[in-house]
Design a protein around this ligand. Structure first.
Ligand SMILES: [Zn+2]
Length: 329
Protein backbone atom coordinates (compact mmCIF):
# COMPACT_ATOMS: atom_id res chain seq x y z
CA UNK A 1 0.00 0.00 0.00
CA UNK A 2 1.22 3.51 -0.75
CA UNK A 3 1.36 5.66 2.36
CA UNK A 4 -1.08 8.15 0.74
CA UNK A 5 -3.78 5.44 1.05
CA UNK A 6 -2.95 4.64 4.68
CA UNK A 7 -5.29 5.91 7.39
CA UNK A 8 -4.53 5.19 11.03
CA UNK A 9 -8.24 5.43 11.81
CA UNK A 10 -8.98 2.45 9.52
CA UNK A 11 -6.89 -0.04 11.52
CA UNK A 12 -8.81 -2.75 13.39
CA UNK A 13 -9.44 -2.16 17.08
CA UNK A 14 -8.17 -3.91 19.11
CA UNK A 15 -5.37 -5.09 16.86
CA UNK A 16 -1.70 -5.31 16.15
CA UNK A 17 -0.16 -4.88 12.71
CA UNK A 18 3.24 -4.84 11.07
CA UNK A 19 3.13 -3.18 7.64
CA UNK A 20 5.37 -1.83 4.89
CA UNK A 21 4.16 1.37 3.27
CA UNK A 22 5.46 2.54 -0.13
CA UNK A 23 6.79 6.09 -0.22
CA UNK A 24 8.62 6.67 -3.50
CA UNK A 25 10.29 4.96 -6.46
CA UNK A 26 13.81 3.60 -6.02
CA UNK A 27 16.28 4.50 -8.77
CA UNK A 28 17.00 0.75 -9.24
CA UNK A 29 13.29 -0.21 -9.47
CA UNK A 30 10.81 -1.04 -6.74
CA UNK A 31 9.88 1.35 -3.95
CA UNK A 32 11.37 2.99 -0.90
CA UNK A 33 9.25 1.62 1.93
CA UNK A 34 8.49 2.63 5.50
CA UNK A 35 8.12 -0.18 8.07
CA UNK A 36 5.27 0.65 10.46
CA UNK A 37 4.34 -1.21 13.65
CA UNK A 38 0.98 -0.34 15.18
CA UNK A 39 -0.87 -1.51 18.27
CA UNK A 40 -4.45 -0.30 18.54
CA UNK A 41 -5.76 -0.62 22.08
CA UNK A 42 -9.13 -1.98 23.14
CA UNK A 43 -9.92 1.33 24.86
CA UNK A 44 -9.73 4.90 23.58
CA UNK A 45 -6.72 6.92 24.72
CA UNK A 46 -3.72 8.90 23.52
CA UNK A 47 -1.88 8.21 20.27
CA UNK A 48 1.88 7.90 20.82
CA UNK A 49 4.12 8.14 17.74
CA UNK A 50 7.64 6.69 18.09
CA UNK A 51 10.23 7.24 15.34
CA UNK A 52 13.73 5.79 14.87
CA UNK A 53 16.21 5.64 12.02
CA UNK A 54 15.66 9.29 11.06
CA UNK A 55 19.44 9.16 10.72
CA UNK A 56 20.53 5.96 8.99
CA UNK A 57 23.50 5.18 11.26
CA UNK A 58 21.73 5.33 14.65
CA UNK A 59 20.84 1.78 15.66
CA UNK A 60 19.60 1.49 19.24
CA UNK A 61 16.18 3.04 18.58
CA UNK A 62 15.74 0.79 15.54
CA UNK A 63 16.37 -2.22 17.83
CA UNK A 64 14.22 -0.93 20.72
CA UNK A 65 11.00 -0.38 18.75
CA UNK A 66 10.35 -4.07 17.87
CA UNK A 67 10.89 -4.93 21.55
CA UNK A 68 8.23 -2.40 22.61
CA UNK A 69 5.94 -3.79 19.87
CA UNK A 70 6.37 -7.38 21.10
CA UNK A 71 5.66 -6.38 24.71
CA UNK A 72 2.52 -4.36 24.01
CA UNK A 73 -0.78 -6.26 23.95
CA UNK A 74 -3.85 -4.60 22.37
CA UNK A 75 -6.12 -5.82 25.18
CA UNK A 76 -3.88 -4.08 27.77
CA UNK A 77 -3.48 -0.84 25.81
CA UNK A 78 -5.44 2.40 26.09
CA UNK A 79 -5.01 4.40 22.90
CA UNK A 80 -2.76 3.80 19.91
CA UNK A 81 0.95 3.02 19.67
CA UNK A 82 2.36 3.90 16.25
CA UNK A 83 6.04 3.20 15.57
CA UNK A 84 8.26 3.67 12.51
CA UNK A 85 11.57 1.92 13.32
CA UNK A 86 13.45 2.97 10.15
CA UNK A 87 12.22 6.33 8.85
CA UNK A 88 15.14 7.03 6.53
CA UNK A 89 15.50 3.76 4.60
CA UNK A 90 17.88 5.18 1.94
CA UNK A 91 20.31 6.41 4.64
CA UNK A 92 19.89 3.19 6.69
CA UNK A 93 20.72 0.99 3.70
CA UNK A 94 23.84 3.09 3.09
CA UNK A 95 24.71 3.02 6.85
CA UNK A 96 25.07 6.79 6.89
CA UNK A 97 23.49 9.78 8.62
CA UNK A 98 21.98 11.53 5.61
CA UNK A 99 20.37 10.27 2.42
CA UNK A 100 22.66 9.06 -0.38
CA UNK A 101 19.86 9.87 -2.85
CA UNK A 102 19.44 13.62 -2.38
CA UNK A 103 22.15 14.36 0.21
CA UNK A 104 19.57 15.73 2.68
CA UNK A 105 19.48 15.27 6.45
CA UNK A 106 15.94 14.09 7.33
CA UNK A 107 16.20 15.84 10.70
CA UNK A 108 16.57 19.22 8.94
CA UNK A 109 13.67 19.08 6.47
CA UNK A 110 10.58 18.63 8.70
CA UNK A 111 7.69 19.30 8.07
CA UNK A 112 8.83 18.12 4.63
CA UNK A 113 7.09 18.14 1.25
CA UNK A 114 5.26 15.14 -0.26
CA UNK A 115 6.11 16.49 -3.73
CA UNK A 116 9.80 17.10 -2.98
CA UNK A 117 12.89 14.89 -3.07
CA UNK A 118 12.77 11.50 -1.34
CA UNK A 119 13.96 12.88 2.05
CA UNK A 120 11.42 15.72 1.87
CA UNK A 121 8.72 13.21 0.88
CA UNK A 122 9.50 10.98 3.89
CA UNK A 123 9.22 13.95 6.28
CA UNK A 124 6.06 15.15 4.55
CA UNK A 125 4.30 11.79 4.76
CA UNK A 126 5.41 11.21 8.37
CA UNK A 127 3.86 14.56 9.27
CA UNK A 128 0.72 14.24 7.18
CA UNK A 129 -0.18 10.62 7.99
CA UNK A 130 1.28 10.02 11.46
CA UNK A 131 2.34 13.16 13.36
CA UNK A 132 -0.92 15.03 12.73
CA UNK A 133 -2.76 12.07 14.35
CA UNK A 134 -0.44 11.95 17.40
CA UNK A 135 -0.85 13.29 20.92
CA UNK A 136 2.82 12.74 21.76
CA UNK A 137 6.02 12.09 19.78
CA UNK A 138 9.23 10.29 20.78
CA UNK A 139 12.06 10.42 18.20
CA UNK A 140 14.85 7.96 19.08
CA UNK A 141 18.29 9.18 17.99
CA UNK A 142 21.89 8.41 18.97
CA UNK A 143 25.12 10.19 18.08
CA UNK A 144 25.55 7.88 15.10
CA UNK A 145 29.01 7.31 13.71
CA UNK A 146 30.10 10.96 13.74
CA UNK A 147 29.14 12.10 17.27
CA UNK A 148 29.26 10.83 20.84
CA UNK A 149 26.72 11.98 23.41
CA UNK A 150 25.74 10.53 26.77
CA UNK A 151 22.53 8.49 26.82
CA UNK A 152 19.97 11.24 27.33
CA UNK A 153 16.40 12.32 26.83
CA UNK A 154 15.83 15.77 25.34
CA UNK A 155 12.73 17.86 25.90
CA UNK A 156 11.30 21.36 25.36
CA UNK A 157 12.23 23.41 28.45
CA UNK A 158 9.36 25.85 28.81
CA UNK A 159 6.81 26.93 31.41
CA UNK A 160 3.88 26.50 29.00
CA UNK A 161 1.59 23.49 28.81
CA UNK A 162 3.57 21.80 26.04
CA UNK A 163 6.86 22.29 27.90
CA UNK A 164 5.42 20.90 31.11
CA UNK A 165 4.04 17.82 29.29
CA UNK A 166 7.45 17.34 27.66
CA UNK A 167 9.31 17.71 31.00
CA UNK A 168 6.93 15.32 32.76
CA UNK A 169 7.44 12.66 30.08
CA UNK A 170 11.22 13.23 30.04
CA UNK A 171 11.37 12.56 33.78
CA UNK A 172 9.25 9.43 33.27
CA UNK A 173 11.42 8.19 30.36
CA UNK A 174 14.20 7.60 32.87
CA UNK A 175 17.45 8.17 30.94
CA UNK A 176 20.56 8.97 33.03
CA UNK A 177 20.71 12.50 31.57
CA UNK A 178 17.88 14.98 30.87
CA UNK A 179 18.58 17.87 28.48
CA UNK A 180 16.04 20.69 28.23
CA UNK A 181 15.93 23.08 25.27
CA UNK A 182 14.26 26.50 25.56
CA UNK A 183 11.72 27.24 22.82
CA UNK A 184 11.89 27.82 19.92
CA UNK A 185 13.57 24.50 19.09
CA UNK A 186 15.98 24.52 16.14
CA UNK A 187 14.04 24.22 12.86
CA UNK A 188 13.64 21.17 10.64
CA UNK A 189 13.51 18.49 13.34
CA UNK A 190 10.57 16.16 13.94
CA UNK A 191 10.27 17.68 17.42
CA UNK A 192 10.16 21.24 16.06
CA UNK A 193 7.41 20.18 13.61
CA UNK A 194 5.55 18.56 16.52
CA UNK A 195 5.96 21.69 18.65
CA UNK A 196 4.56 23.89 15.87
CA UNK A 197 1.49 21.59 15.81
CA UNK A 198 1.13 21.85 19.60
CA UNK A 199 2.20 18.22 20.13
CA UNK A 200 4.60 17.62 23.05
CA UNK A 201 7.66 15.53 22.23
CA UNK A 202 10.90 13.95 23.36
CA UNK A 203 14.02 12.80 21.57
CA UNK A 204 16.90 10.64 22.72
CA UNK A 205 20.64 10.62 22.18
CA UNK A 206 23.30 8.04 23.09
CA UNK A 207 27.00 7.38 22.47
CA UNK A 208 26.35 5.88 19.02
CA UNK A 209 29.29 4.46 17.10
CA UNK A 210 29.12 1.61 14.64
CA UNK A 211 27.36 -0.92 16.86
CA UNK A 212 24.15 -1.34 18.81
CA UNK A 213 24.65 -1.22 22.60
CA UNK A 214 22.14 -3.55 24.36
CA UNK A 215 22.14 -1.35 27.50
CA UNK A 216 21.08 1.66 25.42
CA UNK A 217 18.46 -0.46 23.61
CA UNK A 218 17.07 -1.49 27.02
CA UNK A 219 17.05 2.12 28.25
CA UNK A 220 15.15 3.25 25.13
CA UNK A 221 12.68 0.31 25.35
CA UNK A 222 12.02 0.97 29.04
CA UNK A 223 11.83 4.70 28.32
CA UNK A 224 9.07 4.32 25.72
CA UNK A 225 7.15 1.94 28.01
CA UNK A 226 7.62 4.41 30.90
CA UNK A 227 6.15 7.25 28.84
CA UNK A 228 3.22 5.00 27.88
CA UNK A 229 2.65 4.40 31.60
CA UNK A 230 2.87 8.13 32.36
CA UNK A 231 0.37 8.88 29.56
CA UNK A 232 -2.05 6.31 31.00
CA UNK A 233 -1.75 3.94 28.01
CA UNK A 234 -0.55 0.91 30.01
CA UNK A 235 -0.31 0.01 33.68
CA UNK A 236 2.85 -0.70 35.63
CA UNK A 237 5.66 0.85 37.64
CA UNK A 238 8.25 3.03 35.93
CA UNK A 239 11.59 1.32 35.27
CA UNK A 240 14.03 4.23 35.23
CA UNK A 241 17.82 4.70 35.18
CA UNK A 242 19.29 6.84 37.95
CA UNK A 243 19.42 10.49 36.85
CA UNK A 244 22.98 11.88 37.03
CA UNK A 245 22.66 15.21 35.18
CA UNK A 246 19.86 17.60 34.32
CA UNK A 247 21.15 19.96 31.65
CA UNK A 248 19.74 22.90 29.73
CA UNK A 249 20.89 24.51 26.48
CA UNK A 250 19.86 25.14 22.90
CA UNK A 251 20.67 21.58 21.80
CA UNK A 252 21.57 22.72 18.29
CA UNK A 253 24.44 20.48 17.23
CA UNK A 254 24.79 22.57 14.05
CA UNK A 255 26.27 25.41 16.13
CA UNK A 256 29.12 23.82 18.06
CA UNK A 257 32.90 24.14 18.48
CA UNK A 258 34.37 23.47 15.03
CA UNK A 259 37.67 22.05 13.90
CA UNK A 260 39.84 25.03 12.89
CA UNK A 261 41.96 22.95 10.48
CA UNK A 262 41.96 19.54 8.76
CA UNK A 263 43.63 16.75 10.71
CA UNK A 264 43.23 14.14 13.45
CA UNK A 265 41.29 15.23 16.56
CA UNK A 266 42.57 13.95 19.90
CA UNK A 267 40.25 14.69 22.80
CA UNK A 268 41.58 15.54 26.26
CA UNK A 269 38.22 15.68 28.08
CA UNK A 270 35.37 13.21 28.58
CA UNK A 271 31.63 13.42 28.05
CA UNK A 272 29.84 15.12 30.98
CA UNK A 273 33.11 16.65 32.25
CA UNK A 274 32.83 20.19 33.68
CA UNK A 275 34.98 22.68 31.78
CA UNK A 276 35.84 26.40 31.98
CA UNK A 277 35.98 28.96 29.15
CA UNK A 278 39.35 28.70 27.41
CA UNK A 279 40.12 25.27 28.86
CA UNK A 280 41.90 22.99 26.43
CA UNK A 281 39.52 20.26 25.18
CA UNK A 282 41.93 18.57 22.81
CA UNK A 283 44.13 19.12 19.83
CA UNK A 284 44.29 18.51 16.12
CA UNK A 285 47.44 16.85 14.91
CA UNK A 286 48.67 16.12 11.43
CA UNK A 287 49.37 12.58 10.29
CA UNK A 288 52.95 12.76 11.63
CA UNK A 289 51.56 13.56 15.09
CA UNK A 290 52.55 17.25 15.07
CA UNK A 291 49.96 19.49 16.75
CA UNK A 292 48.48 21.92 14.23
CA UNK A 293 45.74 23.47 16.38
CA UNK A 294 44.41 23.40 19.90
CA UNK A 295 40.69 23.24 20.65
CA UNK A 296 39.41 25.29 23.60
CA UNK A 297 36.13 25.53 25.49
CA UNK A 298 33.98 28.44 24.24
CA UNK A 299 32.03 28.67 27.52
CA UNK A 300 31.83 27.32 31.05
CA UNK A 301 29.66 24.21 31.28
CA UNK A 302 29.39 20.47 30.73
CA UNK A 303 30.71 18.54 27.71
CA UNK A 304 27.60 17.12 26.02
CA UNK A 305 29.02 16.11 22.61
CA UNK A 306 32.39 15.02 21.28
CA UNK A 307 33.36 14.10 17.76
CA UNK A 308 33.30 10.32 17.25
CA UNK A 309 35.44 10.08 14.10
CA UNK A 310 39.00 11.35 14.76
CA UNK A 311 39.65 12.42 11.16
CA UNK A 312 38.25 15.95 10.75
CA UNK A 313 37.97 18.57 8.05
CA UNK A 314 38.08 22.27 8.92
CA UNK A 315 34.56 23.27 9.99
CA UNK A 316 33.47 19.87 11.29
CA UNK A 317 31.71 20.00 14.67
CA UNK A 318 33.96 18.44 17.32
CA UNK A 319 32.58 19.42 20.72
CA UNK A 320 29.58 21.07 22.37
CA UNK A 321 29.15 22.52 25.84
CA UNK A 322 25.85 22.97 27.63
CA UNK A 323 24.75 24.14 31.07
CA UNK A 324 23.97 22.23 34.24
CA UNK A 325 20.45 22.94 35.51
CA UNK A 326 21.10 20.81 38.55
CA UNK A 327 22.62 17.41 39.25
CA UNK A 328 21.21 14.40 41.05
CA UNK A 329 17.60 15.57 41.29
ZN1 LIG B 1 20.16 11.49 14.88
Amino acid sequence: MHIRDFELGNLLRPGKQSAWLDIGRRPDGGNWRLPLLTVIGAEDGPTLLVLAGVHGDEYEGIAAIPQVYRETKPQDLRGRLVMAPVCNMPAYEAAQRSSPIDGLNLARVFPGDINGTITQQIAGWLCQKLLTRADFLIDLHTGGIAYELPTLIGYAHDDGELGQASLDAAAAFGAPVMWGHPLPLPAGRSISAATSMGIPSLYSEAPGGNGCDPDVVACFRDGVLNVMKRLGMIHGDLNRRRLTHHLVGDGNLDTVIHAPVDGFFQREVALLENVKTGQRLGKIVDETGVESAQVDADQDGVIIMLRGIPRVKAGDGIAHITQLLHSRI
